[in-house]
Design a protein around this ligand. Structure first.
Ligand SMILES: Cc1cc2nc3c(=O)[nH]c(=O)nc-3n(C[C@H](O)[C@H](O)[C@H](O)COP(=O)(O)OP(=O)(O)OC[C@H]3O[C@@H](n4cnc5c(N)ncnc54)[C@H](O)[C@@H]3O)c2cc1C
Length: 262
């Protein structure tokens, strides 16, 4: 981050100092803050294998935070100070507002958040553990839900030794599948509502009067929602699975308006 960008963040945030090993935010924390590093360093830790493992180190003029800051979901990693460090803390709510106010900074953060999530997933991060047969309709249904809602997960196929080992570890059998390991909880044959509740991604719909209700968040529904909201209409879009529709199942679509690089 440039000196100007840090100054900008300082205007809307609070300077906070952490000593070595002190936690900035914890795994599973909701609405955790964004931290820009002024001096010292911040370690990002993955806990999905049991023992914490460093997956990134943010030094001076960098920042800690990922896409969950925008979606308001629980943190999938934790952050601790390495040595004494000075940061600028900006609350999640304020950072979301800032994205609409400072486009240059917003582009930088959005790119970094997406890249970080992709890197985390390719670094061996397990995310949510799902045990089930890769040929089962129920398992595929849960995978589609994870995929559409950008929930990092790993399938332990019960047709393999690794899958059978996990079932034994969890004390369940094949007839209980699909089984979800969610923190310390093991949930057998979960419904999508159970999964959303487990992951802390349930959203209450505010009890307000809406001008437009759009059922289905595929390309048509999302476009209608964007244009409805931009015309000042109180707009609500709901989907039984998650955003993206059929287009969300494709690895690359190159002709969708507003996404020239696919
Ligand atoms: C693999 C693949 C690749 C593709 N590639 C391209 C491409 O490159 N270019 C291109 O132009 N098109 C492509 N398409 C087609 C394109 O994705 C579709 O034309 C487009 O998604 C249709 O958009 P839609 O919003 O009308 O419907 P859908 O995408 O079908 O979205 C409907 C949404 O409504 C939700 N829904 C349905 N019923 C309910 C209910 N009762 N309650 C709540 N929610 C509900 C569904 O969950 C879904 O999210 C591709 C399709 C697929 C499957």
């Amino acid at each position: 981050m440039t000196e100007e960008e840090l100054a900008c963040l300082e205007d809307i945030g609070t300077v906070r100092r952490f000593s070595d090993g002190e936690q900035l935010f914890d795994l599973g924390e909701m609405d955790y803050s964004f931290f820009a590093v002024k001096s010292g360093a911040v370690r990002i830790l993955d806990h999905s294998h049991g023992e914490p493992r460093e997956v990134a180190l943010h030094e001076a003029n960098s920042f800690a935070g990922d896409v969950d800051l925008l979606t308001g979901r629980p943190a999938v990693i934790s952050a601790v100070a390495k040595g004494d460090c000075e940061t600028i803390e900006v609350t999640a709510c304020r950072i979301r507002r800032m994205l609409g106010e400072i486009p240059t900074l917003s582009d930088k953060l959005l790119d970094a958040f997406q890249l970080r999530r992709a890197r985390l997933e390719s670094s061996g991060f397990l995310g949510i553990r799902l045990a089930g047969s890769s040929h089962s309709k129920e398992t595929m249904h849960l995978q589609e839900f994870f995929y559409k809602n950008k929930v990092p997960h790993t399938l332990f196929d019960t047709d393999t030794d690794a899958g059978q080992k996990l079932l034994r570890e969890w004390g369940v059998t094949e007839k209980d599948t699909p089984v979800l390991g969610c923190g310390k909880r093991v949930v057998c044959k979960p419904s999508l509502a159970d999964v959303a509740e487990c992951l802390g991604i349930c959203r209450d719909i505010p009890d307000e009067l809406y001008d437009v209700l759009i059922v289905g968040a595929g390309p048509a529904g999302l476009a209608a929602a964007v244009y409805g909201a931009s015309e000042g209409l109180q707009t609500l879009v709901v989907d039984r699975m998650g955003p993206g529709g059929q287009a969300g199942q494709s690895s690359r679509i190159e002709n969708y308006m507003g996404f020239p690089s696919g």
